[in-house]
Design a protein around this ligand. Structure first.
Ligand code: ENP
Length: 266
């Protein structure tokens, strides 16, 4: 009856398994957590309720049970490049994006919703955000985003897509609406913005232009020390894995040498 995809099959097994994988293998530093209790808190946020009346605060117990420290200087916010961020962050090894925290890891790539007057999940369909914004998945990410921003500290990184048709810094968007307003200014030393274009994509936005300029100005007005870099090399190298022959992917040490020509003898 809804327009969105239904609950991911085997949801309970997936998230309980993910929870144990996270606390035992991905990030044992979070310490002991009760994964079945976390699942119960997650489920109780949305089962037996109108699937269009789920609020971020319904996930409060889930968040309290799954919360852990986010190491300083490791936070990575982003828009429009989920798969790139997944590999760049390296499951928390390089950076810890929201999906690399226990509470974000829980829901990443999954879909879920319940039904009114039934304890069953709805595996047929779930409401999209266009149908109703107070749905189980949207409210989950709102609550998770707010919590992630509140617990981020040190140098904050933001990876934006300079080829995104809707703008590198979408407003409204999770970063604009739930993350920036919840950053704790006194815990943050700097905000580093990276604007990276798709290798074969158009160069629509860069530092200092369009929506990136709006973002830079907003953060500066809030009193942050802001830097912005276009096509940050580490991210480019990762993108270049899939386009080794593209001109943007020539390794810079060999490019000037090849262009220099013969060395003159005088
Ligand atoms: P999209 O639309 O590019 O990608 C949405 C996909 O990313 C979904 O598969 C979603 O899992 C997963 N995901 C991981 N983290 C988030 C998230 N954090 N979030 C919503 N979905 C997330 O991403 P968005 O909507 O623009 O969100 C990007 C935001 O994530 C940025 O603000 C960044 O700073 C933040 P699922 O369960 O929906 O399949 C917040 C909202 O971390």
């Amino acid at each position: 009856k809804w327009k969105g995809e239904g609950t991911t099959l085997n949801l309970e097994n997936i998230v309980i398994g993910r929870c144990y994988e996270y606390i035992r293998i991905v990030n044992p530093a979070v310490g002991e957590k009760n994964c079945s209790e976390i699942w119960e808190a997650f489920k109780n946020a949305f089962i037996n309720k109108d699937p269009c009346s789920i609020l971020p605060k319904d996930y409060e117990l889930f968040i309290n049970l799954s919360l852990h420290e986010i190491p300083p200087n490791k936070s990575l916010f982003w828009e429009n490049n989920q798969l790139l961020v997944n590999s760049f962050a390296g499951r928390g090894r390089r950076y810890m994006s929201l999906a690399d925290t226990l509470f974000g890891f829980f829901g990443d790539f999954l879909n879920w919703c319940g039904q009114e007057n039934s304890a069953e999940l709805d595996y047929e369909s779930c409401p999209t955000t266009e149908e109703c914004e107070n749905n189980a998945v949207e409210s989950f990410w709102r609550m998770a985003s707010v919590t992630y921003a509140e617990h981020s500290s040190g140098v904050i990184h933001v990876l934006l897509n300079g080829s995104a048709a809707g703008g590198a810094y979408p407003d409204p968007g999770f970063f604009a609406d739930y993350e920036i307003p919840n950053l704790q200014k006194d815990k943050i030393s700097q905000i580093v913005i990276w604007v990276v274009d798709d290798i074969e994509g158009p160069d629509i936005e860069s530092c200092g232009t369009h929506s990136v300029k709006i973002l830079e100005n907003r953060l500066k007005t809030l009193g942050y020390d802001v830097t912005c870099t276009d096509n940050y090399k580490s991210v480019m190298l990762l993108l270049c894995l899939d386009y080794p022959d593209d001109s943007k992917c020539t390794l810079s040490s060999s490019a000037p040498a090849a262009q220099r020509g013969p060395v003159s003898s005088d």
